[in-house]
Design a protein around this ligand. Sequence first.
Ligand SMILES: Cc1ncc(COP(=O)(O)O)c(C=O)c1O
Length: 380
Amino acid sequence: MQVYQRFPLRIVKGEGSYVWDEQGERYLDFTSGLAVCNLGHVPPAVKQAIQTQLERLWHCSNLFHIPVQEQLAQLLVENSCADQVFFCNSGAEANEAAIKLARKYAKQVKKTEAYKIVTFTQSFHGRTLATLTATGQKKVQQDFHPLPPGFRYLPYNDMDALQEAAGEQTCAVLLELVQGEGGVIPAEPEWVAALDRLCKKHGLLLMVDEVQTGMGRTGTLFAYEQYGIEPDVITLAKGLGSGFPIGALLAKAHVAQAFTAGSHGSTFGGNPLAASAGLATLNEMLHPSFLPRVQELAQYLSNGLKALAESKPTIKEVRGKGLLQGILVGEGQAKAVVDAARDKKVLLLVAGPDVVRILPPLTTSKTEIDELLNVLEACC
Ligand SMILES: Cc1ncc(COP(=O)(O)O)c(C=O)c1O
C-alpha cells in the first residue's frame, strides 16, 4: 500500500555509514534507517551475535525463560534507572504498553479512577490507535476517528501551561526529550525539571519516550540522563536492535508490579534473535570509549552546522542533541534541501516542512561529517 512517500532510490546494500543502490551508487547515509542503525550498517559485533544465535535457536515462546532475553533485560536495568523490562517489537508497541501500564498502575496500585495521559503538541508516539491518539499532531490522527479517549495535550516547553498537567483524572505524562518527528525540538531543562516536580507532587507517572533519543543517539545512553531526572517509565525501540526489530518498555519496580501474568504479552517480543541483536548492540555501546566519542562527534557536527548557518541565510537555526540534529530552513524548503543533498549522494531526512533532520550513525567520523557539511554548503 502506498503509505510511504518513498525516495526514488532502491537500496540493496549497507556497510558502516554507507548504503548502495541497485546501480552500485554509494550514498552517505545520515538517516541511519531513521535512527535505527546507530552502529552503522551491518555492524560486525551484532552480525556475529545474530549469526551465532541463528545456528542455535530462532524463536521460543515467552511462556519459557529465554536466557539471552534475560541478559538483555539485566543489562538494560543495570544501565538505566529502571528495574524491570517488557519486550515487544516496535516503538508504537512499547508506547502502547506504557499507556496500558499507566492505566493499570493507577487502578491496581494507586486505587484511583485517574486514566488520562498528558502528551504534548508536535509529539510523535506511533501509529497504533492509542499511540496516534497520544501523538499531538492532527495530521497523524486525521480520518481515524473515533479515537480512544484518555489523552490530553499541552504545549511543549511551555512553563505556564504546565500546571494544567495535574487534575482532570490524569495518571501520567508521556513526552519525548527531543521531539524527533515534530521538528527536532529539544526540551528545555528548566521545563523538564518543573514537569518532574509536578509529577512527583501530584503522583503522576513520568514516562519518557526514548524510541528515537535512546541508545546513545543524544550522546548518553538515554537522553533523560542529561536532564537529571529518573523517569518512572522509559520506552525504547529503533536503535535497540541495530535493525533487527525489537522494542522495550522499562519501568521502576513499583510501577512494573502493576503488570502481572496475563496483563500484557507479545508473541515475538524479545525473541532469541531479536534479543541477541539487542544484547550485542548494547554491549558495543557500553565500551568505555563509545559514548565519549559520540559526544565529541556531536560537538564537531553541531559546531560545523553553526558555522555554516553563519554564512548561509537559508539556515535560520541549528538545534538538537547529540547526533540528532536539525537545521531550520525557510518555510517549506526542507524537502528541496534533502533532494539536493541526495543528488550529491548524501541521505538526509525532513522533520516537518521546515526542518532538515540529520541522523548520522554514532560510529561516523569527522571526515564523513565534513562530507555532509560540504554537501550542505552547496545545497543550502
Ligand atoms: C519518539 C518516537 N516514538 C515512537 C515511534 C514509533 O516507533 P515505530 O515506528 O517503531 O512504531 C517513533 C518513530 O519514529 C518515534 O520517533
